[in-house]
Structures are given as C-alpha cells and as structure tokens.
Design a protein around this ligand. Structure first.
Ligand code: ADP
Ligand code: ZN
Length: 705
C-alpha cells in the first residue's frame, strides 16, 4: 500500500508529478469532503478518484454513463495492479452477482457501475452489504436537464448515498459545467457543502487553427502525408461527405475507416475497435462518432466543415491529445459551410426563440473562423473565462505560418470564361475550356473559338475544378441548385473583373521537411506493444501510451531501474512487460552501438555529465525540490536548474507550472515573442529584475519556443 498520493502516482501510474488541480482534488477527497472537479477532457480526472481509492479503506464506486469505456478503464487499472471490476448491462446476472460477491469480500479497490443499475432494488440490496468509502460520479453534468446529455437515472445517486451503511464521500467530475449545471450537480447529487475546483477549460497541448481558401481534400491528403503514422479523426458534416472522403483516402492507400449513423451497429463497433487498436489510422466520421472515444493518442482532429456551435466544436476537437502530448485541431472553413448549417437550422421544427438562439450560436462559430485574434482566447472567453492571455503562442493566429499569394489574374481568367460561356454551364465544362480541352462538345459549341479557350493550360483538370469550387465557396462565383448546376458570376465577381479588388489566397508555407528523426526503435516498440495487446485483448494504449514508447526510444533504458524512470512505467507494468521491452531496446542499441541508459549511468558521479542531469531527474521524480536536490548532490542550485532544463528539452516530463510563477509566465512569453528565444540577455533585460534566467528558460522550454 502506498503511503501518500505522490507515492501512489509514481508506483502505480509511473508518473512523476501531478497535473494542475489533481493534487487539490485528491486531498479534498482524502479529507472526506464532498468534492466537485471541473477539468477539461484529458485533464486527468480519473486519477483523482483512482488514487484515493488506493489509499482509503473500503471500495470506491464509480458511476459512469460511458459503458463502452468501462472495460478499457478497468483493464487499464488491472494492468497497473489496482484490482477493479465493472458491472453493466453487458454482463449476465450470475456474473454480476459473482463480481458483487467478490466486491463485498473486499477484492476490488474500484467498482464501475452504470447509473441504470441504481434502479434495481436487488442491486441496491447487495450494495448495502459493502463498505463504500467514495462514490465517484463521472460525467456529473448528466444529472442536469440543462447539460447536454441528461440521464434521469443520475437522479437516483443522491438516495443511493443516503441508503448505504455509511454515507460515502461523493466526488463529482465533469468537463463541461455552466454555472447552472454546477448548481444542479451540487443540489441534485445531494453534495454536502463541497469543495469545488475548476482548472478551467484550457488545454495547452492542443494547437488550434482555421484554414480557409484551400481545397479541403488536397489539404487532408497533404496533412496525412506530412504526419505519417499519426492517428486522427476527420469530421465531416454529412454521411455523403464521409463516404466520399473515405473512398478517396482508401484509394490513395491510407488506412482509413468510416463511421456514421447510416452504418450497422456491428460495422460501427468493428471500425471503432480497429481505430482503438491502431489498425486504422484515420477515422472519417460524422458527429455520430463521439461518446466513448477513449483513445488517448489521437494526434489530430480535422473538421472538414464548420460545426453548428462552439460547444460542439470544442467537444469534438477536444478528442485530440488526451494523453497530454501536442495535437492539432484544424477547422477547414469555406463560406458554403454557413449555408449548410443554416439549411439544417431551417429544416428543424424549432420555436422562433430557439431558432434565433441557434442562429446566434452559428454566428459565434463563424466569428471563430474569421477572427484574426487568438483562437484559444476566443474559445476560453466564449466559455466565460476571464483574464485569458491575448496571445497563446499555440494557435494558427498566434503563429501564422501561411503566406498570401496573389491569384487575381487567374481568378479573372476563370470569371471571364464563365461570362463567355453565357453563365450557362457547369464546373467541368468551364474547366475544360480553360484547359483547352479538345473534346467534341467544346468544338461543337464553338467554345474553342473563345478568347478564354486554353488560357490556363498549365493547370490540371483537378486543380482547375478545385479552384473554381473555391471561388464558389468564397462567393466570387454562384452556382445554381438542381441536377445540372450552372456557374454564374457571384456577388464579389465585378470588383475583381474590373481590377478594383485583388484576390489573395492563403498558401501554407512548405511543410517542414518530413521529420528525419529515426523512428525505427519507436516502431519496433510499437510492434511489440501491438503483439501484447492482441494477446491480451486490450487496446495498445492500455499497455503503454505512445508518449511512454517515445520516451523509451529516446532514452533507451536497458535495465529495470532506468525503465522505471520512464513516465508511464509503474511497478506493475515493469514487472509485467519490462523485460520484453528491455530486450528489444538492448538488441537495438547493441546493433547500432548506441549508448543505452542504465541505472549505473543514472547514478554515476556528477563528473559524467550525461548521467548527472539524469540523476537530478531521478530525484526530481521522487518529489524532491530543486533546492533539496542541490543540497543532497552538493551542487549549486543553478546547476540543478540547468539539469532540469536539459531534461525538459530532452522531452522528460517536468511540471513547469510548479516551477514558473504564473504572473511571470505571461510577461516572459510576451518578451520572448518580441525579442526571440535565441539570445536570453535582451529578454532578461526587458523583464523585471526578480525574474531569473531559469524561469525564462523554463518558459521557453514549456512552450517549446
Ligand atoms: P479525463 O478523464 O479528464 O478526460 P483521463 O483521466 O482519461 O482524463 O486522463 C487523460 C490522460 O492523462 C490519461 O492517459 C492519463 O493516464 C494521463 N494522466 C493523468 N494524470 C497524469 C499525470 N499526473 N501525469 C501524466 N499523465 C497523466
Ligand atoms: Zn493563440
């Protein structure tokens, strides 16, 4: 049994420090106070009740509406040596009784149940036999009618708590709570003057961007090519669009799956599972793909179309990067997205007030797409946060990497061609005229005599149709509805034709040349993880997160103590998998004569510089402060600080927030953005005296500037 929460975090979870808010929430539960935790998705809510479950007597009952996640969560807990089980409608009654019997004998630290169970008297009878110390309510907003997923059975939770032998501590968690929902959580769950902690909605590791004026399919293909092997989700507005993009991606050889309400249940769960197991890399989906995605290593969420409001967008985009590693949330915007959403609103039989509200929400969403200010700030302020920094440094507007290129002449050519064919033909014909196609139709119509015939020969048919579609989306051209849509000049055509207005198109700067880092070892470790995952019938991330494998492939641990130093390797996983992973790493390092990381090295005297910063890191992971480490190692504080920075640069996990005084962070960020991160002298000089070099370097490292 661990003695305190930090020990539990190290020993079981293999993590070195808490994420923001976790420590307070855990302490509150341990002190027997009812507790409400509001943390964004991926913030690490589960750990806040799992650690108390380890430290307190009796069992922790977790009530969660996400039945499809229970198995993975319970598998993950058992993997790290915390005996747990779940009880939901997927079990037959005999199995359920057996599990409860084991629970009443104290065999489990955590028991997950679906809220619907609380409506069965028989079940409640059995619960009364147990010593429940904590009742953890996940997705607690489901208790409120004002929340987005109201579940009536959540209303039974309060009476359950009262009917147990002793009233357990109630801990409620959610990622989305407006003031009203928060009040409902407190009153409807019957919380007794609870401690309420909110870490806000921000998710540092997510990069937000809006991309306009591109061909969306081309963008997706380029993106997938320049982000090899990374798993992600692409959301599209309609089933038809999902089918289309899915077919294109499969044709191009990508491992893609698709998910929408038009597919059978069996098909959907098969695809979802394949995605979890890393057998599919990209999921093309409508918003039906949602609840129950626990895959932690989703590296990007691309929206092919603008969703109907910011709530939906943030929820969908938020499925990226739950493991805390950097991930991209990219929205591909075109003006026609607004028409789609307006159409959907008009289709719904809504009251006039609701309709007006929906239009308002849509406008907010559109404003997000058009703003040139910080996108993160926009979202956070939308959710009511105050004091949000004006420049986050990690969104498309704070670090705009696109260039504008002037395409006025090409647009003029297209517009005049549309005019020359009498605004009477569709996209393909116009493209063919511009390309100078020798098709019979064109010569029959005499269009090969037009002045615009063949004036854009340098383009492929595909590029031309894309460009024309873009002009439609941006309202330079209009298009009629119906079976044979015809191009017309749009509202914005005349000023361009008369040379009064230019057309600029954002082109992304050349994607940075593909990452040349050697990923061989990472791929080997991934392969081993995949084998183990199939053998044990759990998704790969239940065994190790990607970030853990990445750290292994960077640091090459080849014995047990150095393996234990890897974030995400706790004692149980070390015992279970350590030797197999060590074997792969040893073979690799030997074959390539790469210096591996060993415990001996890590503990070597300070003269061995490589080892020195790692031994500092070991002590840091044990929870020692930098001052304590300096004293113990007889080093100056500056040296120890240097070690921490070095470890941070090498990708070791450092809790920067506990090292950087928060009022300084903004100041430093602003100064670095203005003066650059190459030379620290000018930055230091521009800042108040009390800010030292270490804090500046820590901020640079934290934000990867
Ligand atoms: P939430 O329920 O808030 O969406 P989870 O509890 O699923 O988030 O946690 C998200 C991820 O973060 C998980 O992979 C978890 O293992 C990881 N995690 C949680 N706390 C920490 C921590 N202190 N250090 C490192 N990783 C953590
Ligand atoms: Zn920003």
């Amino acid at each position: 049994m661990p003695h305190n929460s930090l020990e539990a975090l190290n020993k079981y979870f293999g993590y070195s420090s808490f994420r923001p808010g976790q420590e307070k929430l855990i302490a509150s539960i341990l002190s027997s106070k009812d507790t409400v935790g509001i943390m964004p998705t991926g913030g690490g809510k589960s750990l806040c009740y799992q650690i108390p479950a380890l430290l307190l007597p009796g069992v922790t009952l977790v009530i969660s509406p996400l039945i499809s996640l229970m198995k993975d969560q319970v598998d993950s807990l058992n993997e790290i040596g915390i005996p747990s089980t779940y009880i939901n409608s997927s079990l037959v009654w005999s199995e359920l009784e057996h599990r409860l019997y084991l629970a009443s004998r104290g065999k489990f630290r955590l028991v997950y149940i679906a809220p619907e169970r609380l409506e069965s008297d028989k079940f409640l009878g059995i619960l009364k036999e147990m010593t429940v110390s904590v009742l953890a309510v996940d997705e607690a907003h489901c208790v409120s009618q004002w929340g987005h997923d109201f579940r009536p059975s959540f209303l039974s939770i309060a009476s359950l708590a009262g009917n147990l032998r002793t009233r357990p501590v109630i801990a409620a968690f959610t990622a989305t709570a407006t003031e009203q929902v928060k009040q409902d959580i407190i009153s409807l769950l019957g919380l007794d003057s609870p401690n309420v902690y909110s870490t806000g909605f921000n998710r540092d590791n997510l990069y937000f961007s809006v991309v306009k004026g591109i061909d969306k399919t081309d963008f997706v293909i380029d993106y997938l090519n320049s982000h090899k092997n990374q798993p992600g989700i692409i959301y599209a507005a309609t089933r038809k669009e999902v089918d289309r993009l899915y077919a294109t991606l499969v044709r191009k050889g990508f491992q893609a799956g698709k998910y929408h309400a038009g597919l059978s249940d069996a098909e959907r769960s098969r695809t979802q599972e394949a995605f979890s197991y890393d057998d599919l890399r990209v999921m093309v989906a409508t918003n039906a793909f949602g609840m129950g995605i626990d895959k932690s290593n989703v590296r990007f969420v691309i929206h092919l179309n603008m969703p109907k409001n910011i709530e939906s967008y943030y929820q969908e985009a938020g499925r990226a990067g739950r493991d805390g590693d950097p991930a991209d949330c990219i929205l591909l915007y075109s003006a026609s997205d607004i028409h789609i959403q307006k159409f959907l609103i008009e289709q719904n039989p809504l009251s006039p007030e609701r309709k007006a509200a929906e239009y308002g929400n849509l406008q907010n969403m559109a404003d997000y797409c058009h703003t040139s200010l910080c996108l993160r700030q926009y979202i956070l302020e939308y959710f009511g946060e105050t004091g949000v920094p004006e420049n986050c440094g990690n969104c498309g507007n704070c670090k705009d990497e696109s260039e504008l290129s002037d395409i006025t002449v090409d647009v003029q050519k297209i517009l005049s061609c549309v005019r020359r064919v009498g605004q009477n033909y569709g996209v393909n014909l116009v493209a063919n005229v511009l390309r100078g196609s020798r098709s019979k139709k064109i010569s029959l119509l005499g269009f090969d005599q037009l002045s615009t015939y063949g004036i854009m020969k340098e383009y492929t048919a595909n590029e031309l149709t894309n460009l024309i579609n873009l002009l439609v989306a941006e309202e330079y051209l209009g298009i009629t509805e119906g079976r044979y849509p015809v191009l017309r000049l749009g509202n914005r055509a005349v000023p361009v034709l008369t040379g009064k207005e230019k057309v600029l198109r954002k082109v992304r700067k050349k994607a940075p040349t593909a990452d040349t880092a050697d990923t061989t070892l990472f791929e080997m470790l991934r392969g081993l993880r995949k084998q183990l995952s199939e053998k044990q019938n759990v998704p790969p991330y239940v065994i190790f997160h990607d970030s853990t494998l990445q750290e292994m492939s960077r640091l090459c641990p080849v014995d047990r103590p150095s393996m234990l130093a890897i974030s995400g390797v706790g004692e149980n996983k070390l015992a279970k998998y350590g030797s197999q992973f060590i074997e792969v790493i040893s073979k690799y390092t030997m074959a390539r004569e790469i210096a591996p990381l060993t415990a001996k090295q890590a503990a070597a005297p300070p003269t061995a510089d490589v080892a020195s910063h790692l031994s500092t890191y070991e002590m840091y992971r044990e929870g020692k402060s930098l001052k304590e480490i300096a004293a113990l190692r007889k080093l100056t504080l500056q040296t120890v600080q240097g070690h921490i920075i070095r470890c941070g640069q090498a990708g070791c996990e450092i809790d920067w927030d506990s090292l950087i005084p928060s009022p300084h962070e903004d100041l430093i960020l602003k100064a670095v953005r203005r003066l650059g991160a190459q030379k620290l002298n000018p930055v230091k000089e521009a800042l108040p005296k009390e800010i030292d070099y270490f804090t500046i370097r820590a901020v640079i490292c934290k934000h990867k500037l």
